[in-house]
Structures are given as structure tokens and as C-alpha cells.
Write a protein that binds this ligand. Structure first.
Ligand SMILES: [Zn+2]
Length: 358
């Protein structure tokens, strides 16, 4: 039994997204959600997913989406970020099935000032839905964790109403995840705010479940975006278990894990904490910092190993007239980057207990 018993390879959308996430929750694994900025990183994700025989979540941050469109394109009114996310999503739609991979396409952190980006993506999604009968994106994230809770939930609810018409899943964040993400700096916030309260999750559940069952929550349990010196904040994935219990009792639900959680800022977490998070209903973990490093690190090694062949177009230790094209061809060194990224994604799959889940 695996994911391919109930969904087909390709981009999964609508009810299939819920099925895949629930299957992960029931079977004790989480799916890596990898931030992509180019066709090179998207292909690395697809290749990694194919290698481990498990689903993948390919996601675009606002900056990553704009980069996807090209730095030369004006991003006025989020135009480049919208088009880049759409281009990235289309790239996955074109290739995932051929790879035999179950892929979810997602847009990452969208703060209040970036909401026009989400609206733009939804507009493309709605047109795509009209034409094809299926959504362009599997899910979108709204991050209003910096706003007052009531406003956060109210805006999320409004967007969820719009998204429910296409059966698109919403990921929302409540409570502050420390660290820095796309220019939002939370490195100095009060430690108390780094832990969500049961009442926060209740507020989200009460409001969003009246609109749709298609939502996931990034709760704060001491997690930090990016890699920082450990020690300042303690990770408390056990809190997620308390939240589940609270929601189950408060709303008299039969499931022990009614809430579907996602894990932000998981870079550098130890495996015990990841295990506890998954046990308590985490089905998605964001991976960005570590794959960025892996992509770069492999290039660094490649350069060090082949330095003498990378100083000029012609001329190396084998002769002054010997060409170096085979070394500086982007397909050569970008491939190295991809292989580094693939290897790191495979590590993430193992941490998330997500190997051979198809
Ligand atoms: Zn976050």
C-alpha cells in the first residue's frame, strides 16, 4: 500500500491533496517541501522524489518565484513573482508525470504586504481551472503571523472561501516562527511569542473548518527559520500533541489528530524532535537553507577539484592549446549542483520517514 494506490503520478490537486496529506499523517511520515528558484532546482526535486519513490512538495517563495521569472523582469505589483510562480507550476505540470512522481505545487510564505502576489496566482489558477477543470497549484500559504490573531484568521478565511471553489488547500501560520524569512526579521521577538497557545489553534479551527477542511497550520513551537546558533529557543514539538487533544475535546471530534500541521524552520532540528512533530500530526516540513547550502557546496567542491581547467577557455595542465569547454559548460557544473541538492533531499526524506511511500 502506498500513495500511488490512490493517486496518479503528476501534480496532485483537490481532494487528492487531502488524501496524500492524511495518508502521511496516518502512516507517520512527513513530505519534504523544497524551495525552488529555477528549472534546475525543480528537476533536482523531481529526481530526488523518483529516487526515493515518494511524493514531493515543490514550493516557491515570493522571492524565489520572482527569480524564477528572471531578475530582468520588473516586479512592479508582484508581476514577476506571479508569472514566475505560474511558470514554475507549469514546469512541474509538464514533467512530474513523466518522472512518475507525485508532486504537490505550493506557494510559500505570503505576508500581508505580499497578498497581491497570492491574488495574482489565484487569478491564473482560476483561469487554468476554467480551461482544464483542475487547479494549477495544489496549495498556497498565507503568513499573517505578524498581524493580530483575529485579523490573521479573518483574512485567511476570506481567501479560503475563494480557494475552496477550486478545492485548493490553504496553509496558514499562527504564532511567530523565529529567524528571518524573505526579509521578515523575527530574530528579536519575545520568546513567549515563539510558542502558539491551544486557544490560537482553536481560533483557527473554529473559523476555517466552517469554510473548508482543506487547511493546514504552521504553529509556532520554538522553531526558527534558517540556521542559527542553537540554545536560544527550545523546540517543543510535544506542544502539537497538546493542540490536537485540545481541538479534539473542544469540538468533540473522533480523530486523535484532527489538525494537519506543517513544520517551518526545521533546519538543523534533531531527529528526535522531527519524530515527535510527525507523531503529533506534522505532514510537511520546509527545506530551504540546507538545500541551498548543498547546491552551493557541490559547486565549491567542483571548482576546487577542477580549478586548473576553469581559468580560461583554452589551456590547462594537459597543454596550452587544450580546450576547457567540458569543464565550464553550465550543464557540467549545474549538474554538480543538482546532484548535491538531490543528495540533501534524500537525507531529508530519511529524516521525515518518507522513503518508499509510493
Ligand atoms: Zn513560517
Amino acid at each position: 500500500m502506498g500513495v500511488l494506490d490512490f493517486v496518479k503520478p503528476g501534480v496532485v490537486t483537490g481532494d487528492d491533496v487531502t488524501k496524500v496529506l492524511n495518508y502521511a499523517k496516518e502512516n507517520g511520515f512527513a513530505i519534504p517541501a523544497v524551495n525552488c528558484v529555477s528549472s534546475s532546482s525543480i528537476n533536482a526535486c523531481l529526481e530526488a522524489a523518483k529516487k526515493v519513490n515518494s511524493p514531493i512538495i515543490i514550493q516557491f517563495s515570493n522571492g524565489g518565484a520572482a527569480y524564477m521569472a528572471g531578475k530582468g523582469l520588473d516586479n512592479k505589483d508582484q508581476k514577476a513573482a506571479v508569472l514566475g510562480a505560474v511558470a514554475g507550476a507549469n514546469h512541474v505540470h509538464s514533467l512530474a508525470e513523466a518522472y512518475g512522481v507525485v508532486a504537490l505545487v505550493h506557494t510559500d510564505h505570503c505576508a500581508k504586504k505580499l497578498l497581491p502576489w497570492l491574488s495574482g496566482c489565484l487569478e491564473f489558477g482560476e483561469n487554468f481551472y476554467k480551461k482544464t477543470g483542475k487547479p494549477l497549484f495544489s496549495s498556497h500559504m498565507i503568513d499573517l503571523s505578524e498581524e493580530p490573531h483575529e485579523e490573521n484568521v479573518k483574512i485567511c478565511k476570506e481567501f479560503l472561501v475563494r480557494m475552496e471553489k477550486m478545492k485548493v488547500t490553504l496553509e496558514m501560520e499562527i504564532g511567530i516562527t523565529g529567524g528571518e524569512e524573505d526579509g521578515v526579521d523575527n530574530t528579536k521577538v519575545d520568546n513567549k511569542k515563539l510558542y502558539s497557545q491551544p486557544e490560537d489553534i482553536e481560533l483557527v479551527w473554529e473559523n476555517l473548518s466552517s469554510v473548508s477542511k482543506r487547511f493546514t497550520i504552521a504553529a509556532a513551537f520554538g522553531n526558527v527559520h534558517g540556521v542559527y546558533k542553537p540554545g536560544n529557543v527550545r523546540l517543543r514539538p510535544d506542544l502539537l500533541g497538546d493542540f490536537q487533544k485540545h481541538i479534539k475535546e473542544k469540538f468533540r471530534l473522533s480523530s486523535d489528530k484532527p489538525v494537519t500541521f506543517v513544520f517551518h524552520g526545521g533546519s538543523g532540528s534533531d531527529s528526535k524532535d522531527i519524530e515527535t512533530a510527525i507523531k503529533n500530526g506534522v505532514v510537511k516540513m520546509n527545506i530551504d537553507t540546507d538545500t541551498q547550502w548543498a547546491y552551493w557546496d557541490r559547486l565549491r567542491c567542483y571548482y576546487e577539484e577542477n580549478k586548473d581547467f576553469l581559468q580560461s577557455q583554452i589551456g590547462n595542465p594537459k597543454g596550452d592549446d587544450k580546450p576547457n569547454k567540458a569543464y565550464y559548460d553550465p550543464r557540467k557544473w549545474l549538474r554538480e549542483c543538482e546532484e548535491g541538492m538531490i543528495a540533501r533531499i534524500e537525507v531529508a526524506y530519511k529524516h521525515l520517514n518518507c522513503v518508499n511511500r509510493n
